[in-house]
Design a protein. Sequence first.
Length: 77
Amino acid sequence: MFSLLLSLALAGDTVATPTETDAAEEKKMVCKSVKTLGTRIPQRVCRSSKEWAKINEAQKRQLETRSNQSRGTQGSN
């Protein structure tokens, strides 16, 4: 009985909380090869996963803005 309680207590200590896991994911570095205009050799760029998400979101907004401008609309009604 005591060994069961002890094993459950130890198992509970090793489980990471979601905030600890999220913080570790934000700090995790992700490296990507980025093609540069004028060269065939890609450049390696390393950033955190949070920074890559911000960059992707900004690129999506920019693409949507340019697409709307080419159609002659300035936004959704």
